[in-house]
Design a protein around this ligand. Sequence first.
Ligand code: PMP
Length: 302
Amino acid sequence: MAKIWMDGRLVDWDAAQVHVLTHTLHYGLGTFEGIRAYETHDGRTAIFRLREHVRRLFDSAKICTIPMPYTQDQIVDACIETVRANGLSSCYLRPLVFLGDGAMGLGAINPTRVSIAVWKWGAYLGEEGLAKGIRAKVSSFTRPGINMLMSKGKVSGHYVNSVLAKREVIAAGYQEAIMLDAQGRVSEATGENVWLVRDGVVATAPYGGSILGGITRDTLLTILRDDLGLEVQERDITRDELWIADEVFMCGTAAEVTPVREIDDRQIGAGARGPLTKKVQDRYFEVVRGVRPPVAEWLTYV
Ligand code: PMP
């Protein structure tokens, strides 16, 4: 049976249970990560940017004032152990840090609990999305401002906003929602950072805004600037700039590099995966599979 790492040891998948009075289940103060392991070009398995994801998990816990009962090294080792125990050559990893049961009420101080589950997960926005691009819509839900929800933390409760946005656009027949911040600037999608290309120049929203500091975003900054030699701007972007871009794509651990062929019923560029998007996507898949990674430490072999 598949195994889940829970509070320091591997347990059977079905035994990884919590009580209904788990604090985080009620109030949302908890944090998680999404990480991928890939089968590399030489037939091994490597977890991509594991240390950076674990660091962000600890940053998120700090933002949430949740004490971590483990060191970063222990969580890194636990992730490796969990992938190994499940014998998966490629998978998605979901570490979760949450406040357990005990007392109720917002101020309760319950023990921190940590779990790590892994599973096979294909293309998050679909294989067809990767190849041809997805249809996206700007959500009617605003991304909370920088002092409303702490955007640098990957905090469970923050995802209410994202899930509402996602459900809204799926019900309307689109695949992903793009959210604007309180000033109407493009912030990010529900689980991805957003990029546009116009006249060969690439732009994405700045780190200091209402966005999660995506680790894929950081990987792409390196690929775009150092490997492809392109000009990349981290700057404010308006909704209509997306409509008139030559290419738009999204990136995230789950969604990898996904082209966007339509936004708000307007065709983007040629209405297909753009040539630059394809270059970035191809190079991203090379890097995660261990082909000439710009930084060797980005891959943790299992
Ligand atoms: N923004 C949000 C809101 C996300 O949930 C994610 C997924 N973690 C991202 C951006 C992309 O981050 P990363 O590249 O680190 O997966």
